[in-house]
Design a protein around this ligand. Sequence first.
Ligand code: S3P
Length: 438
Amino acid sequence: MDFIVQPGGAVNGTIRVPGDKSISHRSIMLGAIADGTTTVDGFLEGEDALATLNAFKAMGVAIDGPENGRVKIHGVGRDGLKAPAGDLYVGNSGTTIRLLSGLMAGQKFEVTMSGDESLNKRPMERVAAPLREMGATVDTGEGGRPPLRIKGGSALKAIHYDMPMASAQVKSCVLLAGLYSTGETSVSEPAPTRDHTERMLRGFGYPVMKRGNTISLIGGGRLQGVHIDVPADISSATFFMVAASIAPDSDIVLQHVGINPTRIGVINILRAMGGDIALDNKREVGGEPVADIRVRSAQLKGIEIPEDQVPLAIDEFPALFVAAACAEGKTVLRGAEELRVKESDRIQVMADGLQALGVKAEPTPDGIEIEGGGPSLNVMGGGEVQCHHDHRIAMSFAIAGLRASAPILIKGADNVATSFPNFVELAAQVGIKLGVRQ
Ligand code: S3P
C-alpha cells in the first residue's frame, strides 16, 4: 500500500487519536498473569497490541474483545499460562517480543517468538543477555536477531542490571522476569525511560521501588486484576501536533492524550522550537496523567535538541525531523543512535526521504543535521519516498505534504495499522489531503 499526499492545506478540528501502544501492550500482559478479571477501555486496536493479545490467547488466556476499545481479560494468575501449540508470531512488534521474553523466562514451558521482516532484523541480545544472567536459557537467531527461543523451567535468580542503553523495553523485560525470581531484581537506567510498567504494576497492587535511577521489585508476589483506562497515544498525537505547527492557519485539539513526564519530549522540543502548545484539562486517569493538547500554527526555529530529551521523545523523531525541515535555521540531533535500530534505521530512512524531497538533511552516526526551509511556504518539493515497513516514517511524510510544492508518493505505507489503524481517516478529517493506493 502507498500513500499519496497532495501539497498544502491547514489542520483544524478536535480529535481523539487511538490508545497508547505501550500501555495497551502492558494491560494485556499484566491482566493475563493477574488473579481475577481486568477490564481495559481505550485499548489500541492496532496490529502491535493485537499481536500481544493473540500471544496470550495462544497461551490459554480467555480474552473478550476488543470491541470499541474495550477488552476483558480473564487473568490466569502468575503460574497459569499454558504452553502455546506452536511458535508465537508477533508481527512488527518490538515491545511484544522484548517484554514477553522476560515473562516467558519465568514459565515452565518453552516458547519461540519471531516477527516480520522489520522485526527479524532488530537486536534481541539486549534482552537475552540480562535474562541469561538471571539463569534463563535464551537462544537468538543469527547476529542476535529473532527468532528468540526461551526455554523456561529454570529457577531465576534476582540480579542488579546496569542497562547499557536507555530502553524501557529492556527495563520492563528484566522487571517482568524479576516477578518470577527469588529476591530483589533491580535495573539502573542511564537516563529516564517510559515508566508505564512500573506504574501499572503498582496499579495491580505490586510494589515497585525507585531510588534515584534504580527501579526494583521483589519476586514471588501476585497481581490483582483492575480496570485500566488507556489514554490516547502521545506518539500518535505527535503527527497532528507537528502538522498543526507547520501548516499555516491551523488550530487543533487532541483529546485525552497521555502526558506522562517520561513521554513528553515532543512537547518540550516543539516548544523549544517556538511551537504554540497548550495543555488543558489536566487530570489523572488510572495512575497516568492526561490532558487535551491544543496546537496552533507557529513559525518554528531550528535548535540543538537537548540530549536529555532523546529518550523522552524516542518515537517522535521522524515527525520532529519534518518540523525541523519547516523551521528557520538548522536543527541538530545528537546522542540518538537508538533511532538506527527501530522499526527501520530512522536516521538514514528519514535523511533519504527528506533529501529526495530536496531538504538538506545530513545523517551522522548518532543523529542528524537538518537545514530548515524557514518562513517560505514550500520548504520541500514533491517526489517519492520509501518507508521500509516503518509506520512512523509513512505518517511523518504524510504530514510533510502540508509544506511541499508538489505531491509526495509514500511507498510501502502498509504498516501504519501497527500503531494507528484510522490514521488516513483522521488525517483527512482534519484537512490533510491524503489518499491511499493499493
Ligand atoms: C517502548 C519502548 C521504546 C519505544 C517503543 C515502545 C515500550 O523502545 O521505542 O516504541 O513500550 O516500552 P526502547 O525500549 O527500545 O527504547
